[in-house]
Write a protein that binds this ligand. Structure first.
Ligand code: NAD
Length: 536
């Protein structure tokens, strides 16, 4: 039940009863297609094929690998409209966002890693301090890992897995991708694009399925797991990986704070809050999920946010001019409803939205963009990931209080600070516990291929994107060369009383790292080296 690339190729490879995943359009409930639900055997076969194909791929130059990624990029450009429409239909988002938040960033990412991976992974000489005076040198070379398993979510079904696929391939790896069960067709499209570009068969395997398929991938002996999803699943993935000592990168949830100081550009900050909270129906790990506004500007800021939220156009993703479309699933929608209900029952006020969109198609899963006031940190809406179109606003008095509120969270993915004083922005940014802190910006830095992406605390481990992300896809190998091999090392056997005296001197002089100090013991060292040579 491994689907090699396209949906039309989704042929079960086994004779047992075919289990399927059905893909729906969340805006209408209409069925979009069916794909196989991959079994553990399917996953194992996919890993074996990727491992085989990787052997020659790993020997290619960066230029050769990059040429292939650029061909895949050309295929994406050829099919831009079709891919954009598919993402929009399967994930429920406006077509404008499929373009701006999924396709534009990945087209940029593809050219960046295709052209720059050679430089980013160039072998590096290490300064080994005083050891170089002993004729030694050290280099780091970056080798492919082998096969990278990628498990991805539904909220950015194209941008998240595609970026990781490109980084893994450029680093010389084979890949097995398990897309979300809510967006398997987009996952298959990624495979199809690379197949059309001429990627060697088996090098990128797309195995559709659900959590059981993902779990099988964590147990299939891949060389690294790149997981993006919820904290609960991330923990399960980490446990499974730990049993085999498989390294993992975990890109998990967020509860990202936005701090608006009294000197911020209120017009820009209010638009940023509305976009940061409601883009993709608030289903971004880096969505603005909590907004803290200085008490001097909270009234003006709130009024503008409410006005701008009411002006948003909610329609299906395919309709022209849609700002906010569907949510991905009924399950996700219910979490949003529950967070709002709980907050309101404890005193929060709904300033805009607050309910399912009443004009939605019958089986569509839409929720109105919602602004809340009167919230506090005892409420789920300020503590748990809502992952929906909800923007809770809270005021603060001092910088100290704003930082404390921002850090009062189990998560630490991104944060944003709004002020005209960039020095203050940087100062506050450095005090916030988050993988990325933006000053006068929100949400979008996953779209910058050059910058690292990842969180602290429960938001995850490791990084994707940028050089740090590319380094997750390689095994650094240290190569150490001794050009004075004729001289036996001073610390080898022959632990004579003179040797012990020398070791004491090494502890006092050489281990200071000072060339001057070491020169003082060079006669002693030289005697030992020559003596050892005489003895052998
Ligand atoms: P999820 O954890 O339910 O599923 C993610 C993937 O894991 C899916 O492909 C799923 O099939 C698979 N899976 C489920 N059980 C598994 C298991 N036991 N072993 C291995 N794989 C398994 O998450 P989701 O609902 O698809 O995505 C939403 C979550 O993702 C949110 O919490 C969001 O914050 C997070 N997210 C994080 C980032 C980031 O970069 N930090 C980006 C996007 C989404």
């Amino acid at each position: 039940m491994v689907t090699q690339i396209s949906q039309t190729q989704a042929v079960p490879l086994q004779t047992e009863a075919v289990r399927e995943v059905v893909s729906y359009d969340p805006a209408t409930g209409e069925e979009l297609g069916r794909v196989p639900l991959g079994s553990a055997e399917d996953v194992a076969r996919a890993v074996a094929r990727a491992r085989e194909a990787q052997k020659s791929w790993g020997t290619l130059s960066f230029r050769e690998r990059g040429a292939l990624v650029m061909r895949a990029r050309a295929v994406v450009l050829e099919e831009l409209e079709e891919i954009g429409a598919l993402i929009s239909r399967e994930a429920g988002k406006p077509e404008a966002e499929s373009l701006s938040m999924e396709l534009v960033p990945t087209l940029d990412l593809m050219q960046f890693f295709a052209r720059r991976s050679a430089r980013l992974l160039k072998p590096e000489t290490i300064d080994i301090g005083l050891y170089r005076f002993l004729g030694r040198s050290s280099k780091i070379v970056y080798r492919p890992l082998g096969v990278v398993g990628i498990i991805s979510p539904w909220n950015f079904p194209w941008a998240i897995p595609l970026g990781e696929v490109v980084m893994a391939l450029m680093a010389g790896n084979g890949v097995v991708l398990k897309p979300s069960e809510l967006t398997p067709l987009v996952g298959l499209k990624i495979g199809e694009v690379f197949r059309r570009a001429g990627l060697p068969e088996g090098l990128l395997e797309v195995v559709t399925g659900d959590g059981s398929t993902g779990q099988a991938l964590t147990e299939a002996g891949v060389d690294k797991i790149m997981f993006t999803g919820s904290v609960a699943t991330g923990r399960r993935v980490a446990e499974a990986a730990a049993r085999r000592l498989t390294p993992v990168v975990l890109e998990l949830g967020g509860k990202d704070p936005m701090i608006v100081f009294e000197d911020a550009d209120i017009e820009a900050a209010s638009s940023a809050a509305v976009w940061g909270a409601f883009a993709n129906s608030g289903q971004a790990c880096a969505s603005v999920e909590r907004c803290y506004v200085h008490e001097r500007v909270v009234e003006e800021f709130t009024a503008r946010v409410v006005e701008k939220t009411r002006a948003l156009r909610q329609q299906t993703g395919a309709s022209e001019g849609t700002d906010v479309a569907a949510m991905s699933s009924e399950r996700q929608l219910r979490i949003v409803e529950e967070h709002i209900r709980e907050a309101v029952s404890r005193g929060a006020r709904v300033l805009a939205g607050g309910a399912r969109w009443k004009d939605a198609p019958e089986r569509g899963t839409f929720h109105e963009p919602t602004v809340l006031a009167g919230v506090n940190h005892t409420m789920d809406v300020m503590r748990e990931e809502t992952f929906g179109p909800v923007l809770p606003l809270m005021s603060f008095k001092t910088e100290e209080e704003a930082v404390r509120l921002a850090n009062d969270s189990q998560f630490g993915l991104t944060a944003s600070v709004w002020t005209r004083d960039i020095t203050r922005g940087r100062r506050v940014a450095e005090r916030i516990e988050a993988g990325t802190v933006m000053v006068n910006e929100v949400l979008y830095t996953h779209g910058i291929a050059q910058t690292p992406w990842g969180g602290v605390k429960q938001s995850g481990l490791g990084r994707t994107h940028g050089r740090l992300g590319l380094l997750e896809m390689v095994a650094p190998q240290h190569i150490h060369v001794n050009r004075l091999a004729r001289l036996h090392d001073a610390w080898w056997f022959g632990y004579t009383p003179e040797a012990t005296r020398l070791f004491r001197s090494l502890a006092r002089r050489f281990a200071t790292g000072s060339a001057l100090q070491t020169m003082l013991i060079s006669p002693q060292l030289l005697r030992r080296l020559l003596d050892k040579r005489r003895r052998h």
